[in-house]
Design a protein around this ligand. Sequence first.
Ligand code: ZN
Length: 512
Amino acid sequence: MSTAYERFTAHIAELSDILNSISILKWDARTMMPPGGAVTRGAQLATLSRLAQEHFISSTTARLLDEAEREIAGEADDSYHRRAVEQTRLYHDIIRRIPLDLVSEKAALEPVSEGVWAEAKKNNDFAAFAPYLEKQVALAKRQAEAVGYSEHPFDALVFEYEPSMTAAKLAALFADLKTGLLPLLSAIVANDQPLERDLWAADFPIDQQKAFALEIARQYGYDLSRGRLDIAPHPFEISFTRQDVRITTRYHANYLPMALYGTLHETGHALYEQGVDPALTRTALTLDFLGKYPVGGTSYGVHESQSRLWENQIGRSREFWEVHFGRLRHTFPEQTEGVTPGLLYRATNRVRPSLIRVEADEVTYNLHIMLRVEIEMGLLDGRLRVADLPEVWNAKMQEYLGVTPPDDARGVLQDIHWSGGGFGSFPGYTVGNVMSAQFLEAAHQQVDGLADSLTGGDYAPLRGWLTDNIYRHGRAFSGEELLVRSTGRPLETDPYLRYLESKFTGLYNLPG
Ligand code: ZN
């Protein structure tokens, strides 16, 4: 005789298998598939997505969920069983609130709107994209109304990516961050001292770049018996259970940091996925019912906190370059003649207000995000009109970064997100940055000798703390719960601002 919980879990495991199969087909489409495969691949994905949807909203799911709920009612609030059932109930309710015609309208608009956006960006023609953006905003408003919210329509959208965030919490977070970031940025700009030499003005063969980056990923703890690294034009991490967690990067022959830091960023995502408790495999606690982010992690923001921690706080530290300098010299002896760890530390932390988000440094990155999130909120609550966006964008760029885009292609048209209707995803990047510092500060307080082990290139103690406090739980706890459980406090900006101020005060000789 199986228990109701076991029957429920076996049913959800099938859904997990379908969703992971969809992910494998998506990985293949973005790395290996010849262009000729696109149309039939689209049909395969549509069929599997429909099967997943039917499986989830079926009367079987409803019945098994009811039975499991009754059975686990007495368990502790934080038990994995209870969390698995509660999460399934939550998303079962949400998905059934969204009308099917809205789902199909969104699905049909996405490829068309993305195509129009790509052309508009190429031709620097915002007016051509504007009607499609209007449609996306209208659909996002309908989605928010269908899902429901108590204060701001943005709450319903950000919930899909970062369930513990709301428009009001984000506004407070951004206000705090601006108070610290804007003066820091002006001090840095006033003290900018470019390096006398371009460290990357040489050929870095791609095979050697790959070997160099992958060895560091391995030292971070990326298990290659359950992972692999491939090339993709838009790098990403994806997992099909913790047993198969893949990353991708892209290479520039004269610019080592692109592939290196791309690989380390995705490695951070991968460590999270590989570190999930094996007992959660094929359960609701490693499954994203809404299909929004890498599946094993609890939210977009917590996932980004890990990619950014390993890429930036560890990978762009002085200690990192002292540890890995020898192998860099050995791998690229001619290319790195005269280079020192100190020069690498400076070169990989140059701060410069720039137009493009994906090229932004640690100090300016969040300002790019705030601008976008403020615009999304304005579009959703009606304070902003699509037609005003280029002007609003440029004014905010000038206000936050002191630069004005020369054209809309390098301004309001630069990101793909809005063309696909992805409103609510941007906050995850900044929430992730802020969380990463709070987690790392707590790890330093709780792990004896952590600073020494990092200086010696031993990443196991840090990975162990992160696994215990974050990775192993999968989606059992929200980002806010993970923070409170591991650091004793809700999300706060102080650790992040302390980290940036201390790092860049040293790098830029700022008055202390
Ligand atoms: Zn990422």
